[in-house]
Design a protein around this ligand. Structure first.
Ligand code: SF4
Length: 247
């Protein structure tokens, strides 16, 4: 009888998870850290990232947190290079939140057309600027909660503004590169950016959150590219066991 009960309790394997690595192990309980998020391995990854990218920063040109907010809204589904081509003239024409808040939407649409999704981006820019002028005394708010009340601002944008605009580590920026590399480096097995961010916040020291996301973004652009990662040039290769590896 006892033998029968033991058989019923046996767990079924979970789809998409490697055999032998449980969810509990993945998050590294004391004395039982999983393979990908083992603290020693994570530290080695951080050291390698520091060697390769010692002082990387946000690639979006900006002179203040408000400009960074606008540039980040524009960067959705668009390259930073393209955004940097558009923003100098845009910021000259609209120098502050008030200028954007009461601008003619058609004029802004024309200015930002080449960044794609220009109608929605214009709505977000005008909506966020109005709220900043009317509810935050013309200043970009400095908390995650307040930033998330601005139209067009989700966690990724808020983390960019807080981290690169104010130097506040409230979370980890999870863009397409961070999402892909977190999977390849087995730092998270989630696909939802919010869950990936929570996973990364558990294993990366808070004083590294801002730099770490910049480093992964740069590594994703230069080496660990989506279609064909350049593993032969990657200094993380000895620590990486991704199925996408090309060496
Ligand atoms: S070894 Fe290849 S897949 Fe792994 S992190 Fe480096 S470039 Fe990416």
């Amino acid at each position: 009888m006892a033998q029968k009960r033991k058989k019923t309790a046996k767990k079924k394997p979970v789809a998409g998870r490697k055999p032998g690595i449980s969810r509990t192990m993945k998050h590294g309980p004391p004395g039982g850290a999983g393979r990908g998020t083992d603290p020693v391995r994570v530290r080695k990854i951080l050291v390698k990232l520091d060697e390769a990218y010692p002082a990387v920063t946000c690639a979006l040109s900006h002179a203040n947190p408000f400009q960074l907010l606008i540039a980040t809204i524009l960067s959705a589904q668009c390259t930073d290079e393209r955004v940097n081509m558009v923003t100098p003239h845009l910021f000259e024409k609209y120098p502050d939140p008030k200028a954007f808040a009461y601008a003619n939407p058609k004029d802004i649409e024309n200015e930002i057309r080449s960044t794609g999704f220009f109608r929605n981006k214009t709505k977000s820019i005008i909506g966020a600027s109005k709220k900043i002028v009317e509810e935050f005394h013309g200043e970009v708010p400095k908390t995650m909660e307040e930033l998330l009340t601005l139209p067009g601002v989700a966690r990724k944008t808020a983390n960019v503004v807080l981290g690169s605009g104010f130097g506040i580590a409230a979370g980890v920026v999870v863009d397409t590169h961070v999402q892909r590399l977190s999977g390849r480096l087995d730092l998270s097995r989630n696909t939802d950016p919010k869950k990936i961010e929570q996973d990364l916040m558990q294993i990366i020291p808070q004083d590294r959150w801002i730099l770490f996301s910049h480093q992964l973004i740069w590594h994703g652009r230069r080496i660990c590219q989506a279609r064909k990662p350049r593993c032969i040039e990657c200094n993380l290769e000895p620590l990486c066991y991704s199925k996408d590896k090309t060496v």
